[in-house]
Design a protein around this ligand. Structure first.
Ligand SMILES: Cc1ncc(COP(=O)(O)O)c(C=O)c1O
Length: 386
């Protein structure tokens, strides 16, 4: 048999199916399974968005290839949305639309790094980031974050980990899996560090729409005219608009970066899928209030999760995720997650999926479930610890 490449063989298996497979053994003794594995809002997309998607999908225009960087209407709408959110202008020419934020990251990596290079990635990390790097022969170099620091990464520690092969620092804020929010001051310190060391700062802000300005104050990086020399911002339409199946994300970066990433986009996706783009261009301004309303839904879910969980267990809680620390006496995370899925019908992800040093943690994507169902958590978690 021909060989498989060592880089793909060295890449982890997809995390979510692995966790869901344990639940195949659940016999329903504690009621219907509660699936808190994947980060996908449990409520539906706005009905008018669905209607527009259907209409666009049936059109001849959406069946044709489109511009490599995405349809101008969506690029303009996202640029305006950024201006509203961050209080700073970004040009539509600084936006590329991608087939989701995962691909945005993978394609941005083609621009910033080569095989053998490394990126500093705070741990716990989002597993697909590490997988994308591994698959491309690049190293995700752990930048350990501590519960005592609310899982906010430390720029001073980062400075000590940079070497001649470091090409970028990656921050995910609000974070997956901890939900932690990086305060603007810390983001600015990382931007400063990246600028000083001549590397990129990649900011994945997939979850930015789920917190209020008070909870997650926008950074001011776009207000600095020099931002294109250091910053690459990644965005996802999957969560905020509840359309992960339509695969829409974005890379916001300077024009030269866009010119380079255009090569990757042309090669890997040719153009983003058209129907979703048409509908999303309408949705960005039209659904601003709906998005704001969803913040209240998420806040209610977070409150329900907080009320249900034992304080001692919760190491971090933010937008979307609770990151639990297993109590003394409980098995390690892999065994605990398997037990919860197979015996208690509670599906969550074990810490080791999120990088080194996470053996005592579980991630619960509480935002997937309605507040009433989160009240089931104590009963489901019972029996894990003596
Ligand atoms: C931090 C982060 N980035 C990117 C993604 C992927 O988003 P998309 O569906 O747009 O590819 C996720 C999904 O869970 C995520 O948590």
């Amino acid at each position: 048999m021909p060989r498989f490449s060592p880089t793909i063989l060295g890449t982890a298996e997809p995390a979510i199916p692995a966790a869901r497979a344990w639940a195949a053994r659940y016999r329903g003794q504690h009621g219907p399974a509660l699936d808190l594995t994947q980060a996908a809002p449990g409520y539906p997309p706005h009905p008018e968005l669905l209607a527009r998607l259907a209409e666009a999908a049936g059109s001849r225009a959406a069946a044709a290839y489109g511009p490599i960087a995405g349809d101008p209407a969506l690029r303009e709408a996202l640029a305006e949305d950024i201006a509203v959110f961050y209080g700073a202008g970004v040009a539509a020419t600084q936006v590329t639309i991608t087939a989701g934020c995962n691909l945005a990251f993978a394609m941005a990596m083609k621009v910033v790094a080569s095989p053998g290079d490394n990126l500093l990635v705070p741990t716990p990390w989002y597993f697909n980031h590490q997988m994308a790097l591994r698959m491309s022969g690049m190293e995700a170099r752990p930048l350990p974050c501590r519960a005592e620091d609310r899982f906010v990464p430390d720029p001073e520690l980062a400075a000590t980990l940079i070497d001649a092969r470091t090409r970028a620092i990656l921050l995910v804020t609000p974070n997956n899996p901890t939900g932690a929010v990086c305060p603007p001051g810390v983001i600015h310190a990382f931007a400063e560090l990246a600028r000083r060391r001549g590397i990129w700062l990649i900011l994945d802000e997939t979850y930015r729409d789920f917190l209020t300005e008070a909870e997650c104050p926008p950074h001011a990086l776009f207000q600095d005219h020099g931002w294109p020399d250091v910053l690459v911002h990644l965005y996802s339409f999957s969560k905020a608009y509840c359309i992960p199946g339509h695969r829409l994300g974005a890379i916001v970066a300077g024009e030269e970066f866009q010119r380079q990433v255009g090569k990757a986009v042309d090669t890997l996706q040719i153009c983003p899928a058209r129907a979703g783009q048409q509908a999303a261009a309408w949705a960005i301004p039209a659904l601003r209030d709906w998005r704001a309303g969803n913040r209240a839904v998420m806040a209610a879910r977070a409150a329900a999760c907080r009320a249900a969980l034992n304080e001692g267990w919760t190491d971090a809680m933010g937008s979307y995720f609770a990151y639990l620390r297993l109590p003394d006496g409980a098995p390690d995370a892999m065994a605990a997650a398997e037990f919860l899925a197979a015996e208690k019908g509670l599906l969550c992800l074990p810490g080791p999926f999120f990088g080194p040093g996470q053996e005592r943690h579980l991630r619960l994507a509480f935002a997937n479930a309605e507040a009433e169902r989160l009240a089931e958590l104590p009963a489901r978690l019972a029996g894990l610890a003596p």
